[in-house]
Design a protein around this ligand. Sequence first.
Ligand code: URA
Length: 232
Amino acid sequence: MLMDENMNEVISDLKSYLEYLKGMGIFALPAAEINLGQPNPSRVMSLDEVQKELGDCKRCKLHRTRRTIVFGEGNEKATLMFIGEGPGYDEDVQGRPFVGKAGQLLTKIIESINLSREDVYIANIVKCRPPQNRNPEPDEIQSCNPFLMNQIRVIQPRIICALGTFAAQTLLKTDTKISALRGKLFDLEGIKVIPTYHPAFLLRNPERKREVWEDMKKIAESIKNAGHGTDL
Ligand code: URA
């Protein structure tokens, strides 16, 4: 009986440890720890697996008011990834990122460097709509972040364009203002990150579009220099 209880405790500890590793993006243990010394080629997760892992997520309070989880969409092998803040009304209804007014502008921004939405991958810092489109809160961002990081690790884009304050500050773990971050190149696990203004901000401040255009030219240049051209 005591033996059973000990065993249950060990299994429960092991489960929590494996969950913790998954959250860190580690999906396989070194071969020696799990089998008889056979080489265990490091396994790359697929986006479907990340989505399955996310499931019908209820890890934060946003699940109570959301209609749909907006997982993200686009090319699993994208060279360029866009990360926004979180779904709004249209995205919550349709279950797709950036499909409202700001989304239409993002589509134009993408096309300005001769790419289409199908070439890139689009995701958000939080996958569920915050009520009344309020800012996502730190606990919500934290709950969602391991899944976004796993999407990034699966896609392994050359460059991530962080759209607006929340995307830039979350990915770069900083509280520096977007106006000071935009147009500069940063590193996230070996992937370049370039913050720029959020399309919704541009709708309210169209005079700032020129700066975003400058940032997009940098992105196009960076893709070209990486030997990918714009033919993604
Ligand atoms: N704004 C965002 O940040 N993301 C969306 O998906 C839509 C609007």
